[in-house]
Design a protein around this ligand. Structure first.
Ligand code: F6R
Length: 617
């Protein structure tokens, strides 16, 4: 969702701001803006639409070595220039950018209007700008403490906010000085030499410096070109943990692919290798995790697991449920994070709660984990983004190491999450009844997986042909059973989010209980049916659709020659054990939605209305 960049140093700020905003484009946005602090003024430029329109409007940017930038994904008020950030407080003495949502903005706004402040936008963010200006007007300067007045004004303002914020603030009368603050919306600081970068995630900073600070909730950073310090909102300085920044800027380029999504689909064999690196232990025929932060005794005592997440991550949770129940025999329950956070279900002692998330910033997943943690349960994260809010808030967890996922439609995060869940199933299974031999066989299966995915990717040309045939469909059904039921949901989600075709995923046998009414000559049904326990059953479901004149596409095992006699189109995938099939069978589904979206002229990496990190409820 919204993105923040900021620069303080000795170079022209505009170059970093525009480049940084481009790198944040993947998060999803509908307008953007920058503020550059010049001699005794702050030049603010805003524009609706893409960063290129902002760059065009900026023309030759004003010189200035301090500045802020923002991409906005509309929440309060439509996507207009007035609502775009940066927002100006008071008579122009404060300029800020804000990520997050302020829940009590209306009451604060009413109070500020009474005091004579004029609002130019419909946003909750402008309230913060005026509030800081009001704070400044009430705070006298303190001799020998040049920053104190500004810090006090910001502390006073943010203490009144209810909701979430990531903020970067500059002041007309204090050139070369910036304050950044965070609560519930991520903010990082890139530590350079004589220059500092602020951003809502590490991607704008990658390649500029290799040192990063992840601000924690309630922290506030004070930055000048000569140094920075971090304070707690209500108290004094805190010790800063400067961490190495691993990602280099090359990782976020498209490497010759037409879209990030396609690049990320093709990165899956390597992403899986990275997810497994150092985590498979042949000697004990089990998996090894360094970050669970629980003793073997605590893990052995786990009697139930809750897996929670949103969207694609919720789909991988469903795959995880099947894996863990089958291989480790521990009862698993899968919850939408948005429901779990308010549902207040009874949770027994010895329940372990995993939040599954690519970004580590999804507001509902974070809130669901915080709520279960508050009740005293152990919360762990399966997460891709290092240092993200969920990684910080949980008791421990497992990183995916999939590398940055830029395309809004999640691909390599899904398969990496499934792979981590398979390793967790092995780990918990080996703690209980699973034999050494079975553990060893699962390790072999997992090791073969990256090569299997490489082979699965060779279906690309065939998938493109199928995409051409069905690109004009307006409804598509995705059907699968057992491990391939979540794959059906994921295939349908991929298609609808990037090609805007209505699609539904169902357990294949459920079809007869309603969805079959949709079947007609214009509604293709995609059956995910590699060989396995329910193959014959799914074949019967396919016959039922055929009998009603519906076109059928089969995602089938490469040795299944018979299927061609029934299905209109067949996409072959390589063999894999049933518990790993979702990781293989999702490949043609990802490619199918990609090709259909391209053929329909859709913006594959930045689909309409969607954001990469959903940081609001
Ligand atoms: C779909 C997609 C979304 C995300 C969901 C959760 O392709 O990307 O459905 O899966 O918004 O995001 P994370 O995994 O970052 O918590």
């Amino acid at each position: 969702m919204c993105g923040i960049v900021g620069y303080v140093g000795s170079e022209d700020a505009a170059e970093f701001l525009i480049d940084g905003l481009r790198r944040l484009e993947y998060r999803g946005y509908d307008s953007a803006g920058v503020a550059i602090v010049c001699e005794d003024d702050i030049a603010v430029t805003r524009s609706v639409g893409r960063i290129q329109s902002l760059a065009d409007r900026l023309g030759t940017p004003p010189p200035g070595t301090l500045g802020l930038g923002h991409t906005r994904w509309a929440t309060h008020g439509p996507a207009t220039e007035e609502n775009a950030h940066p927002h100006i407080g008071g008579d122009g003495e404060v300029v800020l950018v804000h990520n997050g949502v302020i829940e009590n903005y209306q009451i604060l706004k009413d109070g500020l209007i009474e005091k004579g402040y004029h609002f130019k936008s419909a946003t909750d963010s402008e309230v913060i700008a005026h509030l800081v200006a009001e704070g400044l007007s009430n705070t006298p300067a303190i001799e020998d403490q040049p920053h104190a007045r500004y810090v006090t004004a910001v502390q006073w303002a943010i203490a009144q906010l209810r909701g979430t914020y990531g903020l970067a603030i500059v002041f007309r009368d204090k050139p070369g000085f910036m304050i950044a603050a965070r609560f519930g919306s991520p903010l990082v600081i890139g530590v350079g030499r004589g220059e500092y970068f602020v951003a809502s995630d590490a991607s704008p900073i990658a390649g500029r410096t290799d040192r990063i600070v992840y601000l924690a909730d309630h922290q506030l950073a004070v930055l000048t070109a000569d140094g920075f310090s971090v304070l707690h909102r209500d108290s004094g300085k805190v010790r800063v943990n400067i961490q190495p920044l691993e990602a280099d800027s090359g990782e976020v380029s498209m490497n010759g692919y037409d879209h990030y999504m396609l690049k990320e689909i093709y990165e899956q064999p390597d992403a899986l290798r990275n997810a497994m690196r150092g985590r498979l232990n042949d000697q004990d025929a089990t998996a090894v995790f360094g970050g669970l932060n629980l003793t073997p005794q605590q893990l052995r005592g786990v009697e139930r697991i809750i897996l929670t997440g949103c969207g694609t991550s919720w789909h991988s949770a469903l795959v995880g449920e099947y894996m863990i129940e089958e291989l480790a025999r521990i009862p698993v329950c899968v919850e939408y994070a948005s429901e779990l956070r308010y549902r207040n279900p009874p949770i027994e002692n010895n329940t372990l709660v995993f939040g599954i998330t690519q970004s580590g910033e999804t507001a509902d997943t974070l809130a669901a984990l915080n709520e279960t943690k508050r009740k005293g349960h152990r919360t762990l994260a399966i997460c891709n983004v290092v240092g993200s809010s969920i990684a910080q808030a949980s008791d421990g967890g497992v990183y995916l190491h999939a590398g940055p996922e830029i395309g809004v439609a999640s691909t390599k995060a899904f398969t990496s999450q499934c792979c981590v869940l398979a390793m967790l199933a092995l780990y918990f299974g080996r703690m209980r009844h699973m034999s050494f031999e079975t553990g060893g066989r699962i390790i072999e299966d997992l090791r073969r997986l990256p090569a299997t995915i490489e082979q699965a990717l060779t279906c690309d040309a065939e998938v493109r042909r199928v995409a051409e045939k069905y690109q004009s469909a307006t409804n598509v059904l995705y059907l699968g059973r057992r491990y391939n039921f979540p794959t059906a949901l994921e295939g349908a989600l991929k298609l609808k989010e990037i090609s805007y075709i209505h699609a539904e995923g169902y357990p294949a046998a459920e079809m007869k209980h309603g969805p079959i009414a949709l079947v007609d000559a214009d509604t293709p049904s995609i059956f995910i049916m590699p060989r396995g326990t329910t193959y014959d059953k799914v074949l019967s479901n396919m016959e039922e659709v055929k009998a009603r004149g519906g076109p059928v596409i089969a995602i089938a095992s490469s040795d299944d020659t018979e299927i061609r006699k029934i299905a209109d189109d067949v996409i072959m995938i390589p063999e894999a054990p049933e518990f790993l099939q979702p990781i293989v069978s999702v490949i043609p589904l990802q490619l199918l939605s990609y090709h259909i979206a391209v053929l329909r002229g859709c913006d594959v990496d930045k689909p309409r209305n969607l954001a990469k990190s959903v940081t609001v409820e």
